[in-house]
Design a protein around this ligand. Structure first.
Ligand SMILES: [Mn+2]
Length: 209
């Protein structure tokens, strides 16, 4: 079995991403799971996306969608998401790309191909979580990128442990059936970016920027 390396909520903080990556001795069969919110807030959204794409030269990489990519992708067609983009760090992404229209011109293939979750035998990787009232197949898109307490503070019925981001904690949130690894990178100057390495024996190792 390969190791999984989960990273989420980078939010334009290229230096913190590089810091985390430099501390991981990667193996060729490691699988990187980037769990969304590459963009917004920090000043280097475009460079962060370039860097996570670059990692696919060395390892299998899975790219999930986060709430901020969801808002960006709907910003021009839906007033509510346009408001979210404008008020939750989107202008930093527009600056990073030298204009809003450049985002999809430069990285359109990347953003259009983002997945909502990645399911393995032991784990479900997803940006925000699932609505525990529904099966995985019946989840709606908005819940998968925006849900918080209703997911975090109740049990879910999947056999997999859920690895999630989106809701930030002071340190990784660890319970029997889920692990949250967003520590507020991009939102707070001193917040760490956290990578979670899951090995073949079920060991969980946390790496911090
Ligand atoms: Mn986020």
């Amino acid at each position: 079995m390969s190791r999984y390396i989960a990273i989420t909520d980078i939010h334009g903080e290229l230096d913190k991403l590089e810091s985390v990556l430099s501390q991981i001795e990667t193996r060729p069969d490691d699988i990187f799971v980037f769990m969304g919110d590459y963009i917004d807030r920090g000043s280097k959204s475009k460079e962060v996306v370039d860097r996570v794409i670059e990692q696919s030269n060395y390892n299998k990489c899975v790219y999930l969608i986060g709430s901020h990519e969801y808002a960006m992708l709907h910003a021009k067609t839906d007033e509510y998401y346009g408001w979210l983009y404008d008020n939750y760090g989107g202008p930093a992404t527009t600056r990073s790309y030298g204009g809003f229209d450049n985002i999809m011109k430069i990285h359109g293939d990347f953003y259009r191909n983002l997945k909502f979750y990645y399911l393995t035998d032991k784990y479900l990787f997803i940006h925000a979580g699932i609505n525990p009232a529904y099966s995985l197949e019946d989840q709606n898109e908005v819940d998968m990128v925006y849900i918080r307490g209703k997911f975090i503070y109740s049990k879910h019925n999947l056999p997999q442990k859920i690895i999630f981001g989106h809701t930030e904690f002071d340190k990784p949130y660890i319970s029997d059936d889920k692990i949250g690894i967003d520590l507020g990178c991009g939102k707070y100057k001193n917040a760490h970016l956290c990578a979670l390495i899951l090995d073949e024996n079920g060991k969980e190792e946390f790496i911090y920027s």
